[in-house]
Design a protein around this ligand. Sequence first.
Ligand code: BGC
Length: 747
Amino acid sequence: MRQSRFRFPSFALLILSIVCLTGQSFAQRQPQAPAPTGPWMNTTLSPDERADLVLKEMTLDEKIALLHGVGMPTDEPVTPENAASNRGVGYAVGVPRLGIPGIDMSDAAYGVRSSGVNGRYSTALPANVAAAASWDPDAAFEYGALIGRELRAQGFNMSLGGGVNLTRDPRNGRTFEYLGEDPVLAGTLVAKLVEGTQSEHVIGDIKHYALNDQESGRNAVNVNIDKRAARESDLLAFEIGVSKGNPAAVMCSYNRVNGDFACENKYLLSDVLKKDWKFPGFVLSDWGGTHSTEKASAAGLDNEEPGDFFFSDKFKAAVEAGTISSAELDEHVHRILRSMFAAGVIDFPRQRFVVDPFAGFETARKIEESGIVLLKNDHAALPLNAARLHTIAVIGSHSDVGMISGGGSAQVDPIGGNAILPAGKGATHWMQEIWFPTSPLKAIQARAPKTTVKYDPGTDPAASAAAAKDADVAIVFAYMWASEAMDLPSLTLPHDQDAVIAAVAAANPHTIVVLETGNPVTMPWVGAPAAILEAWFAGSDGADAVGNVLFGSVNPGGKLPNTFPKSEADLPHPTLTTPPAESQHFSGPVNREMWAKGLPPFQVTYDEGVKVGYKWYETEKTPVLFPFGFGLSYTTYSYSGLKLSSGDTVRATFTITNTGAREGSEIAEVYAMLPNAADEPFKRLVGFTKVKLDAKQRQTVTVDIDPKYLSIWDEAKDGWSLVPGDYTILVGGSSVDLPLKAVVSLK
Ligand code: BGC
């Protein structure tokens, strides 16, 4: 289905464009297209009223044209249908006669995709999982806003970002694109991210709805899960995202759920999303995820992407034959139009302008700094004191020139091109590792100018150990690349990096490990190095962020949004279910009928239910490597004085004290244990807050707990229920370190 044919402008051209830009931040705006006219341009009317005014004027063909895409402009030649597009991955023609623009879509998980192919620049933010590790709704807003700004600058008016599938299986190749294993954390952050994107007058979406929790066989798999478990886990993340973030669009996923493809699943699209959550926006299919006309339309799919197999001629014929009513057609069109008005893409037409790459780097660096997690720091090995170091050995992962990024449709083209690909340097290719030219070696040398900093590629354990032996400090960079369209075979670092780390740590007691991964990894060597940092896929300016943390100008304050288990054997499904041959993704030429029919299903049953991540390990009493919500700091904190009050919501008030000698930001986590009658004998995250504190400063904070986060999904009542009884509220700095405890009785 997907072909990626990225070309990349020459480095010289990019440098030239940056030089031309200096001092012109957000400038060079081009003249705006003439504003559309018509009674629907009356901004005192609601988006719904405005949509209806447009709808009244539309012909059947114009309505149908809004219900589907015209292919993937990035990969296709210019055609009359896609000519007005901006060469992104999707384009739905608007209603030019009535001044309604086309919907011009670009992937934008951690930055705008395919900018390079279009000769443009975009910032690569750290991976979404790094933003989740910041536990910072403001950072998530900035993340989304930067994406919105750069999309608009490039002429796009719709973002395909907002991935919020839970980390049910940490081997999922898209874990880096998502926001962790907990629905309250992921939902809260995706809502803010979408809000940020839409604040720039760009249609935001959240995806992939729902339970697309593994990539293996994603176009075929049938996920079996009971309603209560689904509503309290994966669907809760979407519910929070939809109700708090108000995304204009939701992308339904490739997989089947309880028998039906997600994009023709009445329960997911109509009963839950549109009726229960009152989602007023539109649902678009994942790329090639539509498999029917009448069934998908009736279930609640509004827009087929990227093509027009089911929602064009077939749809028109169905309307003419009466198998789809005009009311149903109008409902789809209304949702699309009202979302365009609501997001502001009609009132604020796209204006191409040149983005400020330096501002982008700064945002990317700050978010990375707040998401880096300090996992281990024996004897205060970090931060490093440059004045005391004569030699530093920097080892592994091409850390002389770059840092790895996450692949697939999330891939952002690096400014300057791929840092290491030997052939065709600079190009980005589907399913290939792309290294951003942000050099840890240079960042370290810049912070220790008088120290000898030497590099070893980390490809031979003995050679790396020799390089590390006489250095004052050895810093090993270890990576695990991941991408859409694949899952990891295991959580083991590839390329024998475990052996390199073990050898280096054995040779030098002052070994620091910096991980560049989107997924949790196993660490058979965990006891050996003095310090471990998780830096994720660190984005455009990752090296400076890591440098600032290593040398202490920034105090790491991130905490894990995913549990790091000790072994795959500890997962709810130790072996990932992979598809049988007939359910494997099509490769080679595929005729549209074959694709449309869908691959035969294979079954995956989520019998762990609601016990995703830490809830599973707690129930099973399985020790983990690093728990959910864990992260150290260069200072220390204490918690005291928990008080609970209950009115409409339960309110937790407590005091956090910075007991150390330097400033820092602490993430306080609030969990609840439900009454026994709820039959969920494990805790769940119900709130959190991040507080910046100077040395010795104390602050009393309040966390309001949404009653839904204390509730269970009651299948009999088909609604949320608060089980009467005693709720134990626990507060502290990680899911396993909760010094404060109090009980509130709810009726
Ligand atoms: C991915 C989506 C993406 C779309 C368009 C699909 O393969 O699953 O996340 O937005 O392609 O590139």
